[in-house]
Structure formats: structure tokens, C-alpha cells
Write a protein that binds this ligand. Structure first.
Ligand SMILES: CC(C)(COP(=O)(O)OP(=O)(O)OC[C@H]1O[C@@H](n2cnc3c(N)ncnc32)[C@H](O)[C@@H]1OP(=O)(O)O)[C@@H](O)C(=O)NCCC(=O)NCCS
Length: 161
């Protein structure tokens, strides 16, 4: 049983700066578990564009934030209308405490309520084991390039009964 207290709530636009900052830290500190320094740096560059993040999180998709006792975001997840999960990130200081499990439970609940029959994502190598534990199956490996740096992730899906 974790002593780590947090709650899950819907994202609001005011969260954007803190979410962007946490997103960058998550990539820079947890990314090295599976990727090289060059890959982590190329991935983290994505977090510089706050306007783009704000557009994505505010485009009508559902987004949830995990909030710690200091009211700082310690994780976030989204669910698009077609069952796509674009974002799942935990703050490094909160990793391994069940934040992602709780965030994913919220997505699964909302997806079932919306009669979405399939969840799918492009899981990083860091997140792959997590999604497998949540019942996702791997479809294929995706070879990508970010600013000229080769990097891979995994297309995964979960059918909802
Ligand atoms: C993947 C990520 C979101 C998991 O967040 P988290 O809050 O640490 O995960 P949880 O604590 O909820 O983990 C739940 C369970 O999955 C396990 N788990 C977490 N990451 C795992 C991994 N990479 N492989 C296997 N199991 C994993 C944990 O041990 C835990 O199991 P337990 O409850 O039996 O101990 C987090 O590592 C992260 O933000 N990574 C960097 C960003 C990233 O890759 N995001 C995904 C982009 S697609």
C-alpha cells in the first residue's frame, strides 16, 4: 500500500505550464531507462512548444491530471474519441507509486462509458511493460526519426469487452 497521496481530476487550461514542465522532466529523467542520451534529448525537445501542447490538450479530447499533496501535477493521461491514448506521463519523483495505474483506470472507465471498444497507443520502450501489465498487446515496432535521431516505440492495443 503506497503512502503516497494523490487524486485524479480533469485537466484545466491553467494546468498547462506545470504539465509541460512535468512532461519534460518525465522524459529527461525516466527516458534514460530505455533510450540513449541523444534519443532522450530529441524526445524532450517536443516539450518546448507549450502552444502546441495546449492545442492538443484543449482540442476536445479528455485529459486527466494526477495531483499530489502540494497540488502540483505528478502525472497526466489523455483519451481521444477513437480510443487513442496520446500521452501518459508520471513525474519522476512519483514514479512507481501507482500514479499511472490510477490514471489509466480513469481512461478505461471513461472509454467504457463512451462505448469505445478499443484503446490504442504508441508506447515508448519505457512504458511498454506498463501497458502490457494493463492488458495491452503489442502490434508492431515503429521505427521513427526525431530531428534525425533514430528512435522506436511500440504500437499497442487493448480490446475492451
Ligand atoms: C510509464 C510510466 C507512465 C509509468 O508510470 P508510474 O506511475 O511509474 O507507473 P505505476 O507506478 O502506476 O506502475 C504500475 C505498475 O506497473 C509497473 N511498471 C511501471 N513501469 C513499468 C515498466 N516499464 N515495465 C514493467 N512494469 C512497469 C510498476 O512496477 C507497477 O507495478 P506494481 O504496482 O506491481 O509495483 C512512467 O514510467 C513514465 O512516465 N515514463 C516516462 C514517459 C513515458 O515513457 N511515457 C509513455 C509515453 S508513450
Amino acid at each position: 500500500m503506497s503512502k503516497f497521496a494523490f487524486l485524479i481530476r480533469p485537466y484545466v487550461a491553467l494546468d498547462l505550464p506545470a504539465i509541460r514542465e512535468m512532461w519534460g522532466r518525465s522524459i529527461r529523467e525516466l527516458g534514460p531507462r530505455a533510450y540513449s542520451p541523444e534519443q532522450v534529448a530529441a524526445w524532450a525537445v517536443r516539450t518546448n512548444d507549450m502552444d502546441r501542447l495546449g492545442e492538443r490538450l484543449g482540442d476536445g479530447r479528455q485529459v486527466w491530471v494526477a495531483e499530489g499533496v502540494t497540488e502540483e501535477p505528478i502525472g497526466f493521461i489523455d483519451l481521444e474519441e477513437d480510443g487513442h491514448i496520446d500521452f501518459l506521463y508520471a513525474a519522476p519523483e512519483a514514479a512507481g507509486q501507482g500514479v499511472a495505474v490510477r490514471l489509466f483506470a480513469e481512461v478505461e472507465r471513461a472509454a467504457k462509458a463512451a462505448k469505445i471498444s478499443r484503446l490504442h497507443t504508441e508506447a515508448s520502450e519505457v512504458a511498454r511493460g506498463f501497458f502490457e501489465r494493463m492488458g495491452f498487446v503489442m502490434l508492431h515496432r515503429r521505427e521513427l526519426e526525431l530531428d534525425g535521431v533514430p528512435i522506436h516505440n511500440w504500437k499497442m492495443e487493448k480490446q475492451l469487452a
